[in-house]
Write a protein that binds this ligand. Structure first.
Ligand code: C2O
Ligand code: CU
Length: 465
């Protein structure tokens, strides 16, 4: 029987169907009986994880889980996070992709760092449905590599129903081969130029490549199932292709939620910080369905080649009949509009022997300080085109806090990259043009998601309204 309607203050909420379980990560327990409030405890602390045989790896995690626990809500819910910092260093929590108030965004320009032993309560209403993530936004070069991140799922008010929903978080980590510990951080060379890349690949905290790794996430799925697979890329600098073998697959959602029209594609490209949701239907003759990361590696002859790595593997077992999922109607902001054109030039170089990254020539955030430069001020709800260009490094996965945008062009030519984004890959020697309406008032960070770039200058603020 459906649950009776509940009353919150003066507002009567109709009864809502319970949220479906999302397999793959453990959800945060809800401490609040109100069905429209998700109230949780989140603690950051050092934590040892058995990633490989031998010595456990010392990480920084949320709630002693790697990745951190799943924050699972419904659009319109109020979310209260009692955060406690039990690390020996300061930190903040940023809610990547949530268009909430700038006061709750976990941006170090607004929020004072949470000191060791101190607490902070984040309190916001989730305005959009989709797959998002949360992560540290301080000393990010180290803290993100050490594992301070987790996933967020916000269900649509009327969500399409699948036989199963799953979530996978991809990451990489550089471990010492001698003792399994996170290896030291270099302040020069390719680690700064292109960002640190790991020697091990992770899927939901399991090592999937090389000796001693646990291998892909495994499960069984019946023939005839229609599943929703959500994917978050939490790497520092590694972008890759994503492909699902053994199934008919459609992309149904990007950073900002469901697409107006799902589309089929052999593979998609994903950059650090981005998300995709897939609709997955095992092929009639398939025995397994495999999610693969397509990563550039060196072969025995030192040639750069692309190799597939299994992130997740579903073995077909049993049979089921699944009703067609019914997708809610989605419309995106118009893209063929008159819009002012802005340019953000991403650059870098060596100044006084120090590597420095800049946006429009200004190093906006350098070293340990939290001083930010105001890059530009925008009117809210006015369409703006921004052309991002890069003259350094292979690429910059560029992120705008608190807003969504659409990717219109690369190199001045229209591209098929549908859906709302909060992060766009700006490749070397190519421009990327986005269109945004800046709907969310406040002071927002804009930065490259490669921590070595953002923490060495490629990070600034914009003011909306
Ligand atoms: Cu995912 Cu400013 O970050
Ligand atoms: Cu960058």
């Amino acid at each position: 029987a459906p649950a009776p309607s509940t009353t919150v203050g003066e507002v009567v909420h109709p009864a809502l169907p319970p949220l479906p379980e999302v397999s793959g990560l453990t959800p945060l327990p809800d401490l609040n009986p109100d069905p429209h409030i998700l109230e949780v405890d989140l603690v950051a602390r050092s934590h040892a994880v058995q990633l490989l045989p031998g010595e456990p790896t010392q990480l920084f995690n949320y709630n002693d889980q790697f990745p951190g626990p799943l924050l699972h809500a419904r659009v319109g819910d109020r979310v209260i996070v009692h955060f406690k910092n039990e690390l020996a260093e300061e930190t903040v929590v940023h809610w990547h992709g949530l268009r909430i108030s700038d006061q709750m965004d976990g941006s170090p320009v607004i929020q004072n760092p949470v000191q060791p032993g101190a607490s902070f309560t984040y309190d916001f209403v989730v305005p959009d449905a989709g797959t998002f993530w949360y992560h540290t936004h301080l000393h990010q070069i180290q803290q993100l590599e050490y594992g301070l991140y987790g996933a967020i799922v916000v269900h649509e008010r009327e969500f399409p129903v699948f036989s199963t929903e799953r979530i996978f978080v991809g990451d990489d980590i550089r471990l010492r081969t001698t003792n399994n510990q996170v290896s030291g951080f270099l302040t020069s060379g390719p680690d700064i130029g292109a960002g640190r890349v790991g020697n091990r690949l992770l899927s939901n905290g399991r090592i999937i490549n090389g000796e001693g790794g646990e291998g892909p996430v495994t499960f069984t799925m019946p023939r005839g199932s229609i599943e929703r697979w959500r994917f978050v890329l939490a790497t520092n600098a590694l972008s890759y292709g994503l492909r699902i073998r053994g199934a008919d697959v459609r992309v149904i959602s990007t950073d900002g939620g469901l697409l107006p029209e799902p589309f089929a594609l052999e593979r998609v490209e994903i950059a650090p910080g981005q998300r995709y949701d897939f609709e997955v239907r095992p092929k009639p003759d398939a025995t397994e369905v495999v999610l693969e990361a397509l990563v550039l590696v060196l072969d025995e002859n030192d040639n750069v080649v692309e190799a597939p790595f299994e992130l997740a593997r579903g073995t077909i077992e049993g049979e089921t009949v699944t009703a067609e999922p019914i997708y809610p109607k989605v419309s995106l902001p118009a893209t063929s509009v008159e819009a002012a054109s802005h340019e953000w030039k991403l650059s870098g170089g060596v100044v006084d022997g120090q590597v420095q990254f800049t946006i429009n020539g200004v190093p906006s955030y350098v070293g340990e300080g939290h001083e930010h430069v105001l890059l530009e001020t925008f009117e809210p709800n006015v369409p703006v085109k921004i052309t991002l260009s890069s003259n350094v490094s292979p690429r910059h996965p560029f992120h705008i806090h608190g807003q969504f945008f659409q990717i219109l062009e690369r190199g001045g030519k229209p591209v098929f990259e549908p859906g709302l984004r909060d992060t766009v890959e700006v490749r070397g020697n190519e421009t990327a043009t986005i269109l945004t309406y800046f709907e969310n008032h406040g002071r927002w960070m804009v930065h490259c998601h490669i921590s070595e770039h953002s923490e060495n200058g490629m990070m600034a603020d914009i003011q909306v309204g």
